[in-house]
Write a protein that binds this ligand. Structure first.
Ligand SMILES: Nc1ncnc2c1ncn2[C@@H]1O[C@H](COP(=O)(O)OP(=O)(O)OP(=O)(O)O)[C@@H](O)[C@H]1O
Ligand SMILES: [Mg+2]
Length: 239
């Protein structure tokens, strides 16, 4: 049993089955990468886990508890943090205020286990911009606010949806370092990402979603050499 078990998951929209019988077991404290072609259903899996969408069938077990069908705020209180593919922070608030609001809905943990707001601002490079309106920040900084909000909920596990896309090389390295730091602190991480270098450098294991099922799972090296994955997704690129 993992910290997060996705069991027999199926979803269709308007009669069109996106995937069926998806099983993924995320181990405590690993960095797991979920990759696959556009429209394969990666974000949809995150939406189901975080309570935004309801699956047709299947179960989500987190920390030995069945959380299937819980509302997003209840899932957050269980300890699952979420960063969206499209940035969604409250734009009329400053980074500091965004973090404060997220903290108000956080999982309850002893004070000494909690990352302080100052620490979160520092980790996400927002210290100097803490009081600037989020609407006035650059895209990378808006993404940082999104990450900071997720950290403020005291997560045991974080779902990162394309946190590195649209960023420069240096900014991507910053994101990789942040993930390594969070992992060192014992947080389990699931990333969806199209940037293969990122996946290869930070993931312990990778799952590949294609045409409605998980076609491969293993270390980045194993998955990168898998014929099915090369045909379906990687093409001439490599992992
Ligand atoms: N709420 C919804 N209603 C109807 N169709 C949806 C909904 N959410 C997702 N879909 C469809 O489900 C499929 C999977 O979408 P999803 O966003 O999960 O893909 P993805 O793997 O995250 O792709 P990308 O790499 O482009 O982000 C797509 O065909 C999408 O149009
Ligand atoms: Mg997506």
């Amino acid at each position: 049993m993992g910290i997060l078990d996705i069991e027999n998951l199926k979803i269709s929209f308007g009669g069109n089955t996106i995937f069926s019988d998806i099983n993924i077991s995320i181990k405590e404290n690993e960095v797991y990468g979920l990759i696959g072609t556009n429209g394969a259903g990666k974000t949809t899996i995150f939406n189901i886990v975080s309570g935004i969408l309801k699956a047709d069938s299947g179960r989500i077990i987190f920390n030995n508890k069945d959380i299937t069908g819980l509302k997003p705020y209840q899932v957050a209180k269980e300890g699952i943090g979420r960063c969206f593919q499209t940035v969604l922070p409250f734009k009329s608030m400053t980074p500091y205020e965004n973090i404060k609001v997220a903290r108000a809905h956080a999982r309850k943990v002893p004070k000494e286990e909690e990352m302080s707001i100052e620490e979160i601002l520092k980790m996400t490079n927002l210290e100097s911009k803490r009081d600037v309106l989020t609407s006035q920040l650059t895209l990378p900084d808006k993404k940082n606010v999104e990450i900071a909000r997720a950290l403020a909920t005291n997560p045991k596990l974080i779902l990162f949806d394309e946190m590195a896309s649209g960023l420069s090389g240096e900014e991507i390295v910053d994101r990789m370092n942040l993930i390594r730091e969070l992992s060192k602190r014992g947080i389990t991480i699931v990333v969806v990402e199209h940037i293969m270098l990122f996946i290869k450098q930070i993931c312990d294991r990778v799952g590949v979603l294609h045409a409605g099922s998980l076609i491969a799972e293993g270390t980045p090296e194993e998955v990168g050499q898998d014929e099915k994955v090369i045909d379906a997704y990687l093409g001439k690129g490599s992992l």
